[in-house]
Design a protein. Sequence first.
Length: 181
Amino acid sequence: MNLYRQSIAMFGIVLPALGCVLFIALGFTLKSQMLDSLSNKQTLFESFKRNRTKALEIETKITLHRPQISHWAVLLAEESSSAVNTHLRAIAETLPPKEFQKTAFERNNTKAGIGSATAQPSSQLRIVFRGTFRTMQRAFLELETCMPQLQLQEFRIDPNPNPQIPSTLLNFQVNYTAWEN
């Protein structure tokens, strides 16, 4: 029996005990990896749920603005120069004729200003007016409210050099970039 004691101890006790320790260590390692993976996936799922609720909120806001988007599409589909003239005629009907006069209107198809730096189609509009400051403020407010696709590029106010015209009238020159579809 003495001859086999060392072999029995080695193969009957030490190796199985070593195998059990390795198996238990492997189990703890796998358990910790699974817990890390679980916590990571739970964090990602919470982030997904937050992002989904935010996306649903944005989607409801977008659906509320769908009529405005179609209105914008209609505005951008119009030819900008004719639309500006139409709106200016409508605005001129509500303002006193002695305080508001359109003296020049030019449309330039070449891109300039911000329009030259983008791929969006645009045209340049140069409009010259003569009028009082308050009346012109009102006219610009109404024009830019009716046509939000206009972007002011240049605005110049000069006193009227003609002595026959009242001194309350000023010369206004505006350059717009009209964004088109």
